[in-house]
Design a protein around this ligand. Structure first.
Ligand code: GLN
Length: 492
């Protein structure tokens, strides 16, 4: 079989179950593709070939013994923010370049329990701060649709690996859009779950009150398979919620698009900087949903102007606190020949952290400092509550809210946007994290340069099944999600 990389997750589970191919064949096939194509895409920071083949053999043996479950033997790539026992976990940073985790993140452990085979760890913006994956210490990753463009970020390696058919699905994390925006830039489906649905244990913290892991894949159906693995309460994460988990695969047809009320926020479609092609493709996708029976309802989200300033206070504030642990003493990079403890701290952090991370630590520390705490941090928290209330009010009259995932398609590598330009690109995603809501990106077409455009659907709390179901039905009626990136086509 030469086209194993073209199979959906369901097809992989069926092929493995009926012994059309083994996990070893499948894993070898993916490892060969990675060796051949990833020199151009640069999505993997670490390829764990030997371990993957051992895991594949174990999966095949389990299947022979009758102990397999659906996903036993299916390969996956993990964002390099999830701790992996015995495998380097870098978070895209020099400061963790030599960090080998002594334990697995809960998401990784759940993947192992489900029988997933880890192909490796994929690239990301340093500590998940960014929208291009260029801030990684390990260099930029290419967008498989146009290699001189970024895949988005921060989960850019996850998106690029899946879009180039170098993994059938991948984990990502989303603090302010890092699953949805790269999914949008790379023509994928990506789900940011409700805050508390997926365990953060062993997921290196950026901004703890916003961080949430989720699946990135080619379709809603593929995402549903991975959500079934990732979701659930975890006693090791006090913010993970004790609430029954849906069977996301079984529920894929559970929500009818007929009669679905889709809110269209007036403010979102008048944002300066919203690209005309993005706007047109998103509107066409909404028209399609309307044809399928949905009702479009214009709504107000009055706090839109407050999203960027609120997020860019709270996220750096939490980051400045979370990143204090990287001090050159306990683990991670340590500077050479420190003269005293202060010198050790200063130089280890100055040499170990990149520019974007340092900038955010400075902003966050400033916002949290004694004289400014009330004026900045406390105020931002109050505005955050208003943003959440704005959404809750909207959900009294609509079932889901539609928006672009990003105002533009993928940027050129090296475009060197100013921080403000880059932060404004997060306008459609960050409020969802501030409110703790779930949201999904689905590919809905291309711009004039053949770069993918994404539609974002935001749901009420715990509506992951509904979001996956709506996108699944859209994907049954359209074929945008079946289009393959240029480099994947060239290496079909
Ligand atoms: N681009 C946003 C930021 O830089 C979001 C990143 C994320 O979700 N991790 O903070």
């Amino acid at each position: 079989m030469t086209d194993l990389h073209r199979l959906s997750i369901r097809e992989l589970t069926e092929g493995l179950a009926s012994a059309n191919f083994s996990s070893r064949e499948l894993t070898e096939h993916y490892l060969k593709r990675i060796a051949k194509i990833d020199t151009q895409v640069k999505s993997y920071v670490t390829v764990t070939a030997e371990q993957a083949l051992d895991e594949a053999d174990a999966a095949d043996a389990l299947r022979k013994a009758g102990g397999a479950t659906a996903l036993t033997g299916v390969p996956i790539a993990h964002k390099d923010i999830f701790c992996t026992h015995g495998i380097k976990t870098t978070a895209g940073s020099k400061i963790l370049d030599n960090f080998i985790s002594p334990y697995d993140a809960t998401v990784v452990a759940k993947g192992k329990t489900a029988g997933l085979v880890t192909l490796g760890k994929v690239n990301m913006d340093e500590f998940a701060m960014g929208s291009t994956s260029e801030s990684s210490y390990f260099g930029a990753t290419a967008n498989p649709w146009a290699l001189d463009h970024v895949p988005g970020g921060s989960s850019g390696g996850s998106a690029a690996a899946v879009a180039a058919d170098l993994a059938p699905f991948a984990t990502g994390t989303d603090t302010g859009g890092s699953i949805r925006q790269p999914a949008s830039f790379c023509g994928l489906t990506g789900l940011k779950p409700t805050y508390g649905r997926v365990s953060r244990f062993g997921m290196i913290a950026y901004a703890s009150s916003l961080d949430q892991g989720g699946p990135m894949a080619r379709s809603a159906e593929d995402c549903a398979y991975l959500m079934n693995v990732m979701a659930g309460h975890d006693a090791k994460d006090s913010t993970s919620v004790e609430k029954d988990v849906d069977n996301y695969v079984a529920n894929l047809n559970g929500t009818s698009v007929k009669g679905l009320r889709i809110g269209i926020p007036k403010q979102y479609f008048n944002v300066a900087g919203l690209d005309a092609d993005v706007k047109a493709r998103v509107e066409e996708s909404l028209k399609k949903l309307e044809e399928m029976g949905a009702t479009l309802v214009e709504i107000d989200l009055n706090m839109t102007d407050a999203y960027v300033p609120t997020y860019y206070l709270i996220a750096p504030a939490e980051a400045s606190s979370n990143l204090q642990r990287f001090d050159g003493v306990r683990y991670g990079y340590r500077c050479e020949n420190p003269v005293d403890l202060m010198d050790l701290y200063k130089r280890s952090r100055s040499e170990g952290f990149g520019k974007e991370v340092q900038q955010r630590i400075l902003i966050g520390t400033y916002a949290l400092s004694a004289g400014y705490y009330d004026a900045y941090y406390v105020k931002a928290q109050k505005v955050r509550r208003l943003i959440q209330q704005d959404f809750l009010k909207a959900f009294e009259s609509v079932d889901v809210i539609a928006a672009p995932a990003a105002p533009t398609t993928a940027y050129k590598i090296g475009a060197n946007l100013s921080p403000v330009e880059m932060y404004l690109g997060d306008i459609y995603t960050i409020a969802v994290n501030l409110a703790g809501l779930p949201a999904i990106n689905a590919p809905v077409g291309f711009d004039k340069d053949n770069l993918p455009v994404g539609l974002q659907l935001i749901g009420n709390y715990w509506s992951e099944s509904q979001l996956l179901s709506v996108v699944h039905q859209y994907q049954q009626a359209t074929d945008w999600h079946t289009k393959r990136a240029v480099i994947a086509e060239e290496n079909a």
